[in-house]
Each structure stands twice: as structure tokens, then as C-alpha cells.
Design a protein around this ligand. Structure first.
Ligand SMILES: [Zn+2]
Length: 221
């Protein structure tokens, strides 16, 4: 059983509008790019439609699909990238929200074949850890899900080669914060390398930070 956050469908539609607008303002979803989804229940997802600016999106534009990708409700057509979302939900029972976007600096890392795998700043260890790079896959095809599957169980955000990023969490807010963090870590990595000779955290320092993260999470419960 999936533990769904107690939000009504009306609230979830509003949440999708709100976070779509925020991602658009951040420059992560220019044009009509990017897509968001949330679980409505064990069998259904509420998803953004294809071909609509995230700045102009309305609650009524959302589409409902089942976990087999069949569209159940909505006058618009579901995003062409819905199979990416389904891959995450199929492999992570704890996830109730997925965001796919094209944050520019993180996407540039994905375009030069680099994941965010250097522990440069403490925040990297305390938040996402390594953000891996999935192999190239043509958008909208089954190749995308296949490229992500190996990383989904152990990571909460993944870069997609020559494409963008996907993040997910137990709420839409969590998925959003992870996407923000991906771009933030990419910015830091870019500038650190531009400045030259970045000092990567030592193994022992990473271990201490992981221990601190464990303590932090225990206190937060
Ligand atoms: Zn995309």
C-alpha cells in the first residue's frame, strides 16, 4: 500500500499549478518543456498535459492516467514523457511525486557526459549524494525508462544524457526541492572547476557528514 499524503484531488491540482509556475520562473521549464505528476491513489496519477506552458497551466488542464499509462480523464493529452514518471512509481513505493525538467546548468553537465558525482560541498553529501547520469535515450520512448531503472532505487535525482533531470519524493515539495538542489550543485561544481583546483571532500569527511545526516534525519522524525 502506498501512503498517500492527505491531500484532495482539488488541492493536488492546485499544487501542480503552483510548482509548475515556480519551475517555470526558475528557468527549468522553458517553452512547453518539463512535466510533473503526483499519485492520486494506489492506481492513478495526476499528470501535467503535453504542449502547455507551465506558466499558463490551470488546474482543469491536468490529466489522470493509470499505472499502465492509459488516460482515464482530462480533455488534454498527457505528457509524452509519462513513461519516465511511471518507471519511478513502479520502482519506488515511497514516491508520490515526480518532476522532470531541463535546469540549464545541470543539463549542460548531462550534455558533456558528466553526472554530479564529486562531493565538493557539504550540502551535496547532506542532500542528494551522487546524482548519477543515465545513458542517452530518445525522449518519449521506452528507452528512457530503461535508462533510469538501475538508478531509481538508490537515488532521488538522476541526470539524463543530453536531456535534463528527474527528481522525486514523498511530496511535490520534496521533489521540487531536490530539483532545485540538483541545479544548485551543478552551479557550484561548474564555478569550482572554473576557479580551478577544487578540493573534493575526503573519504573520512564524507563519512562524518553521512553520520550527521543520519542523526539529523532521526531527530527530524
Ligand atoms: Zn524532457
Amino acid at each position: 500500500m502506498v501512503e498517500i499524503e492527505c491531500r484532495t484531488e482539488v488541492e493536488l491540482r492546485r499544487d501542480l499549478v503552483r510548482f509548475s509556475g515556480m519551475l517555470h520562473r526558475l528557468g527549468f521549464m522553458p517553452g512547453t518543456s518539463g512535466n510533473l505528476s503526483v499519485r492520486l491513489d494506489d492506481l492513478r496519477l495526476l499528470v501535467t498535459p503535453t504542449g502547455v506552458s507551465k506558466f499558463l497551466l490551470r488546474s482543469a488542464d491536468m490529466v489522470i492516467v493509470d499505472l499502465q499509462e492509459r488516460q482515464l480523464e482530462g480533455s488534454r493529452k498527457v505528457t509524452s514523457e509519462v513513461s519516465m514518471h511511471l518507471a519511478v512509481y513502479h520502482h519506488r513505493d515511497d514516491v508520490t511525486a515526480v518532476i522532470h525538467s531541463h535546469p540549464p546548468i545541470a543539463t549542460a553537465f548531462a550534455c558533456v557526459g558528466r553526472g554530479l558525482d564529486e562531493m565538493l560541498c557539504q550540502e551535496a553529501v547532506m542532500t542528494l549524494g551522487v546524482v548519477p547520469l543515465a545513458t542517452y535515450a530518445t525522449t518519449g520512448t521506452e528507452e528512457v525508462a530503461a535508462s533510469l531503472v538501475a538508478f531509481i532505487p538508490d537515488h532521488d535525482a538522476i541526470l539524463m544524457a543530453n536531456h535534463g533531470a528527474v527528481s522525486y519524493g514523498s511530496t511535490l515539495l520534496q521533489a521540487f526541492q531536490k530539483m532545485e538542489t540538483v541545479e544548485h550543485l551543478a552551479q557550484i561544481a561548474l564555478v569550482a572547476h572554473q576557479l580551478g583546483a577544487p578540493r573534493i571532500l575526503k573519504h573520512e569527511q564524507v563519512k562524518q557528514l553521512r553520520d550527521a545526516k543520519t542523526r539529523y534525519l532521526q531527530n527530524a522524525i
